[in-house]
Design a protein around this ligand. Structure first.
Ligand SMILES: [Zn+2]
Length: 174
């Protein structure tokens, strides 16, 4: 995300070439705004051979079926975030079973860490973030909406969902 003003002193930011890259910098205090992808966690929860999916109530990909996902907060580990998001979005308490994969693509702004998980408590409960929740056999996945907004993030996210559900590690987006 680009910013107009310095986060420290409020002066206007300028674009400067620093070590070969254009960065937004503050001419008053020297602050440099680094843009880096933000970590997002997801969990492929399987139960009796079925995959836990929820119908997203928020962008990106509102109305699409996806595993539980969310941002990592400052005061938690990626693993804690994965467990917390799954509980918040589905009502299930889970234990993680290791990392399924790391997915990234230039210019999407996110770095996707996806874990495997299994249910150890709780019960299915929709939330503000999930319109519906269900378990689906890998060969009976719910139909996705025909269209998304067409942003690179949407394309990437949908690609990751597909890869995660089918347990493939590499994204093919170009
Ligand atoms: Zn400043």
């Amino acid at each position: 995300m680009a910013a107009e003003f310095c986060l420290h002193c409020g002066a206007r930011l300028q674009t400067q070439l620093i070590a070969g890259r254009e960065r937004q910098t503050c001419s008053q205090c020297g602050f440099i705004l680094y843009r880096n992808p933000v970590p997002v966690v997801g969990v492929l929860v399987t139960h009796n051979g079925k995959i836990l999916l929820l119908k997203r109530h928020e962008e990106p990909l509102r109305g699409f079926w996806a595993p539980p996902t969310g941002y990592v907060e400052w005061d938690e580990s990626a693993e804690q975030a994965a467990v917390r998001e799954t509980f918040e979005e589905t009502g299930f308490e889970i234990e993680l079973d290791g990392l399924l994969g790391v997915y990234s693509h230039a210019n999407t702004g996110i770095l996707f860490l996806v874990y495997r998980g299994r249910i150890c408590g709780g019960q299915m409960q929709a939330s503000e973030e999930s319109e519906a929740i269900g378990f689906f056999a890998p060969d009976q996945l719910p139909a996705q909406p025909a269209k998304h907004s067409g942003t690179l993030l949407d394309e990437f996210f949908l690609d990751v969902i597909g890869k995660v559900i089918t347990n493939k590690l590499v994204t093919t987006l170009d």
